[in-house]
Ligand binder design. Structure first.
Ligand SMILES: [Ca+2]
Length: 416
């Protein structure tokens, strides 16, 4: 797509007030934040897969930004095995899932615990395995952990949620029980979603996937299927009270949003309380969405991507349709967006309320500056590391931790 940079800059940052240009030609912007961001050309330089037009200015290839506060990163450990999810324990240590079915605790200095036992069997083939996790809001007193995994059963597998208590000696999960299954079961190895977070009322949001195949794909639009959805459940795995389809006899009552493809990123905005998510597009069309109850996020009816073969999706292919939600932002080429978190720390002031998203195929972390529910700036972090970033979490002291498929745990922190 053609875009004249300065005009775009003025349009997309109109609310920021463009004040001056520095010697690099980067414009200084300012708003009510204490720290200002300079604006650069978009970080993506590669040609998109399609010439599809965005629904609004700034929906893709937002202006580039660069963190001004000096920061550094280092590898805390490289001994993890295909880690998938990070949870920050009250004392600042990290509880991390490993894809083959174990959890480990990692200390500040990178020491790994033995594998924690007591976890139900997972189907670790393909994209399955032990996936995301979260701690109970009352973890300090009840030590409860909730996690997502691909559960092997007769006829295939499905995305499931389990819970259990982290034993006092931290060697096992006690009384693990499966509380939720995203049905139907399917004999595949792809698109399980897998992220889980608490909402402000103490219920759980879980992202699922549509299992990728042409055969299961339409189920993203089917309210009787839990595939291709974000569901909202209680700590016992029941549909959470107040869910949008509770009174619809034709719908699964756990469904919160539908028309999602493969949701591996979930985060709650620290100020608005809104649920934000990322999902994998096909070839092009990875999405950042702001999720509202009961809404349809469009897959596979609308998409900014192509089939992996290069073929168009839909006949004719459409990107926008009344009644279907537009992504807040999309990427083409893709990131393969996995773990997502909002930064709430004080250590790096210009990161406040920014989104951090781990990219797998893109091998960087995307930092997104959000204003009025739009992306107004994008930066790439750790892009020289050549790692597939699976999850991102904020540590106890305002640092950011991130894990990679190759087994690394990085800490990103303000330069001391
Ligand atoms: Ca969508």
């Amino acid at each position: 797509m053609k875009r004249t940079f300065p005009a775009f800059l003025l349009l997309s940052t109109a609310s920021l007030i463009v004040a001056s240009c520095d010697s690099n030609g980067a414009s200084k912007t300012s708003d009510n934040n204490a720290v200002t961001d300079s604006i650069y050309p978009p970080v993506e330089k590669n040609k998109p897969n399609t010439d599809y037009k965005p629904a609004f200015e700034g929906q893709t290839r937002a202006p580039g930004v660069k963190t001004q506060t000096p920061y550094e990163s280092h590898v805390v450990t490289d001994k993890l095995e295909s880690p998938w999810g990070i949870a920050v324990l009250p004392d600042g240590r990290l509880l991390i899932t490993e894809n083959e079915g174990s959890m480990r605790i990692v200390s500040e200095n990178g020491e790994l615990s033995e594998a924690i036992g007591g976890i139900p069997e997972v189907d670790a083939r393909g994209q399955g395995g032990l996936l995301g996790l979260t701690l109970d809001p009352d973890f300090s007193s009840n030590r409860m952990v909730y996690w997502v995994f691909s559960e092997p059963v007769a006829g295939g597998n499905h995305t499931a949620v389990a819970k259990g208590r982290l034993a006092d000696d931290e060697k096992s999960i006690e009384n693990a029980q499966v509380i939720y299954q995203a049905l139907p079961t399917y004999d595949g190895r792809l698109h399980y979603g897998g992220r889980i977070i608490f909402d402000k009322e103490g219920h759980l949001f879980v992202g699922t996937g549509e299992r990728s195949d042409i055969e299961t794909r339409p189920q993203a639009q089917d309210l009787q299927s839990a595939l291709g959805k974000i569901v909202r459940i209680t700590k016992d795995g029941q549909p959470a009270p107040g869910n949008p389809f509770a009174s619809n006899q034709e719908a699964r009552p756990e469904i919160y949003s539908y028309g999602n493809r493969n949701v591996q990123g979930l985060a709650i905005h620290p100020e608005t309380g809104d649920l934000w998510s990322t999902e994998f597009g096909p070839r092009g069309g990875d999405e950042l969405n702001r999720i509202e109850a009961g809404k349809n996020y469009g897959w596979p009816i609308i998409t900014y991507g192509l089939e992996y073969s290069g073929k168009e999706i839909g006949n004719p292919p459409i990107q926008q349709q009344e009644g279907l939600e537009q992504p807040v932002y999309y990427w083409d080429p893709v990131l393969s967006p996995s773990g997502l978190t909002f930064y709430t720390g004080d250590a790096i002031p210009e990161w406040k309320n920014n989104l951090f998203n781990g990219g797998l195929s893109s091998t960087h972390i995307a930092r997104l500056v959000i204003k009025d529910n739009k992306v107004v700036g994008e930066e790439r972090l750790l892009e020289k590391e050549g790692q597939r970033f699976r999850d991102v979490a904020q540590g106890k002291n305002g640092e950011i931790f991130t894990i990679t498929d190759a087994g690394r745990l990085y800490k990103i922190h303000k330069k001391s």
